[in-house]
Design a protein around this ligand. Sequence first.
Ligand SMILES: NC(=O)c1ccc[n+]([C@@H]2O[C@H](COP(=O)([O-])OP(=O)(O)OC[C@H]3O[C@@H](n4cnc5c(N)ncnc54)[C@H](OP(=O)(O)O)[C@@H]3O)[C@@H](O)[C@H]2O)c1
Length: 293
Amino acid sequence: MNRIQNKSILVTGASAGIGAACAKRLAADGARLVLWARRRDRLDEIKARLAAEFGVTIDVDAVDVRDRAAVGAAVERMSAVPDVIVNNAGLAAGLDNLHEGDPDDWDRMIDTNIKGLLNVSRAILPAMVERNSGHVVNIGSIAGHVVYPKGNVYNATKFAVRALTEGMNIDLLGTKIRVSTVDPGACDTEFSLVRFHGDEKRASTVYDGFTPLGAEDVADVLRILGPIRAELKLHHDPRGHADGERQAENLAEELARPNVDFIVAPPTVPFEDHDQPGQPDRQRREQKMKPDG
Ligand SMILES: NC(=O)c1ccc[n+]([C@@H]2O[C@H](COP(=O)([O-])OP(=O)(O)OC[C@H]3O[C@@H](n4cnc5c(N)ncnc54)[C@H](OP(=O)(O)O)[C@@H]3O)[C@@H](O)[C@H]2O)c1
């Protein structure tokens, strides 16, 4: 049996592109899916196709992730707390110098890419924490690592996704919940059509001169992450008090568990910034967190 089979997985933005490809990949591996997007007709069509092809259970719901109340209501309608959330719903709107940009485009990007991800995570994470299991996979972007000309606000939203992923990991330290990002480069989806407000001609030139990723490539990465084989980010508790010590003990236990395969991202805050050399607390933490290299 693979790691995905029978896991309940919520994919937001599943009506097109990367989200739809993830739905297909996960259905092929036997996941029980909950698919959200605004275009209900598209979701119904995807549900019918995947259910017929893979015989899996799929629930669909028309949800605008910007609408906090609608997200809450949709979570209430879910039959169970998902094992995995794929926070994928997102978009770029416009490609302009900041001083010429359209603030309505900014609102759409910030409300969807940042606040939408927050709305979904805030609505579901408490139940994951109570159950002490779960995996949140945020679809970020290479745009969250490197700023490109006229990317300004889109870049800022994806930098925010990266910051929120790290923040969630810190806040969930000591639980068995993992938070990961998948940060794709240029990927041939409806993304450019949306960015250029439906201008097909302009969208069709975006990938001139290079071969972009396909949505399936990103979906394949998600499959590798899966609900169990999770990225574990180790972070030093910057407050450096007893709580951090307890969390370090939990981490040591987690490191001993066989299902933690990847340890990435060394502590973002050097010990020296917050602890005096020679302090017993610091020495204990350094010993316990040694596997991080
Ligand atoms: N394509 C790329 O080059 C690329 C690269 C890196 C990262 N990404 C990221 O990958 C994610 C998916 O993008 P994509 O390339 O697959 O674009 P896409 O083909 O346009 O798909 C975007 C999906 O998000 C959904 N969505 C948009 N706004 C929503 C909202 N307010 N509420 C719920 N769902 C919403 C759309 O569904 P509805 O319109 O039906 O709501 C659609 O299913 C985004 O977060 C994007 O930033 C894309």
